[in-house]
Design a protein around this ligand. Structure first.
Ligand code: SF4
Length: 249
């Protein structure tokens, strides 16, 4: 079974005015419940999800947040970048990657010929973990099933770029980022490219050339994804993640 948002990528808004038809003698001939369904667009779905996130109390991370960070970008983005979770600046502003890591991310995107407005930028968890600790497995599970996978299903990106170990583990459990960064992998019909987190390059300058080289390959990877045409199988986000993935965090 395909998961949230795959068969029904959106929410249906229903209203049911009864339609009763009469035959020529005035007798009730047939009664129909006419269902008028409004299928939400990707933009509307993302807006709805963002609204839910801003009021979410599903996991303990909501206690420490200033603002939740739903993510941002065009609803038809071909590339979706997924970081780990909001940091200090993101928590203050309610926007993803706005601190020093975000400035570096903008530089990396420019190296790939992209602007921030070309891509959707989100996170595994939407609220800042205390002291920027790693999100816990239950927090990851709760938040991704409630929101991230629905965002992916709405956007249907051609390429997902995971930024950092936690995000990579969601799609490529058991892998080591030092071994596979920059190498696109097909996961359920969609290309997933694991990359280092920009903060890793800021804190450890030896990582900078690695992440720059990986971003410079992004246009070619996107072109490959578009050549390979639309995915036919369930894509990441169309299914709930297997249980064993979550056990790895
Ligand atoms: S991290 Fe996600 S699940 Fe937890 S409170 Fe924030 S939005 Fe809700």
């Amino acid at each position: 079974m395909r998961g949230l948002g795959a068969q029904l990528p959106t929410t249906l808004h229903l209203c049911c005015p009864a339609v009763i038809r009469y035959n020529r003698y005035g007798n009730q001939k047939v009664a129909l419940g006419l269902v008028q369904a409004h299928v939400l667009t990707a933009a509307e779905s993302l807006q709805l999800i963002a609204q839910e996130i801003r009021g979410c109390t599903r996991c303990a991370l909501h206690h420490g947040r200033t603002r939740a960070v739903p993510g941002e970008g065009p609803p038809d983005a071909r590339i979706m970048l997924i970081g780990e979770g909001p940091g200090y600046h993101e928590d203050r502003q309610g926007r993803p990657f706005v601190g020093p890591s975000g400035q570096f991310l903008d530089e990396l995107l420019a190296m790939a010929g992209l602007r921030r407005s070309d891509v959707f930028i989100g996170n595994v968890v939407k609220c800042r973990p205390p002291q920027n600790r790693d999100p816990q497995p239950d927090e990851i599970s709760t938040c991704t099933q409630a929101y991230l996978f629905r965002q992916i299903a709405a956007i249907q990106p051609k390429v997902i770029v995971t930024l950092g170990r936690v995000s990579m583990g969601l799609f490529l459990p058991g892998e080591k980022i030092s071994r596979i960064h920059g190498q696109p992998r097909t996961v359920n019909g969609r290309l997933v490219v694991p990359m280092l987190h920009p903060a890793a390059a800021l804190h450890q300058p030896q990582n900078r050339p690695l992440i720059e080289a990986d971003f410079q390959r992004l246009p070619a990877i996107l072109a490959q994804a578009e050549r390979d045409a639309a995915p036919t199988g369930p894509a990441p986000g169309d299914e709930e993640p297997p249980v064993q993935q979550l056990s790895l965090f």
